[in-house]
Design a protein around this ligand. Structure first.
Ligand code: FMN
Length: 185
């Protein structure tokens, strides 16, 4: 299984990016996680500019999603919603609507915030957006609240409960991918 990991945070010491790195450490041998780091370079969506060739960062996102068996998002919450940069990138990726690379793609959403609720509203909105794009949204939620206390200074996950939840989320995503392969066979 090849998972594309997308963090909704541009911050260098992002807890959400750390969460994705922790997920990568839990993957069984043979599976891999690829990190997409083009978020910062995606221009504001403009339908007049949405033509071939697409802006480089948009093309890289579309290609990376297309090449992945599944996509794992970790999103912060900004003002109870999805960070604008992430939503903007997904708006680009959602076009052309009928053939967008997220269509039927297994996806899972997790999130971390420094507050007590662990980005639950942002996660819910991200799941809604991904569903609208035609993705197969896995029944996964990991709400890492008080994130500053869950990672050590080097950004390593220091919380066994969250680690167990991440392992379960990866198993759920794997089941979605396996179901996908069965349908395709
Ligand atoms: C503009 C902005 C809005 C925020 N709004 C929320 C919020 O609504 N809920 C919340 O739990 N945290 C909120 N936070 C705090 C973030 O959860 C916190 O900065 C978190 O660490 C960001 O994720 P990161 O570590 O992956 O960058 C906000 C932070 C910023 C910068």
């Amino acid at each position: 299984m090849r998972i594309l990991a997308i963090s909704g945070s541009l911050r260098r010491d992002s807890h959400n990016s750390s969460l994705l790195r922790a997920a990568a450490e839990l993957l069984p041998p043979g599976d891999e996680i690829v990190f997409w780091d083009g978020l910062r370079d995606v221009p504001a969506y403009d339908a007049d500019e949405d033509r071939e060739p697409a802006p480089a960062a948009v093309a890289s996102l579309r290609a990376a999603v297309g090449a992945a068996d599944a996509v794992l998002f970790a999103t912060p919450e900004y003002n109870h919603s999805i960070p604008g940069a992430l939503k903007n990138a997904l708006d680009w990726a959602s076009r052309p609507f009928a053939t967008n690379p997220f269509r039927s793609k297994p996806v899972a959403v997790v999130g971390a915030s420094t507050g007590m609720f662990g980005a639950v509203w942002a996660q819910a909105e991200l799941r809604k957006v991904l569903g609208a794009m035609g993705a197969r949204v896995a029944d996964v939620e990991i709400a890492v609240g008080h994130a500053a206390e869950k990672f050590d200074d080097a950004g390593s996950l220091a919380d066994g409960d969250v680690r167990a939840q991440l392992a379960a989320a990866l198993a759920t995503l794997r089941a979605e991918v396996d179901a996908d392969l069965l349908v395709a066979a």
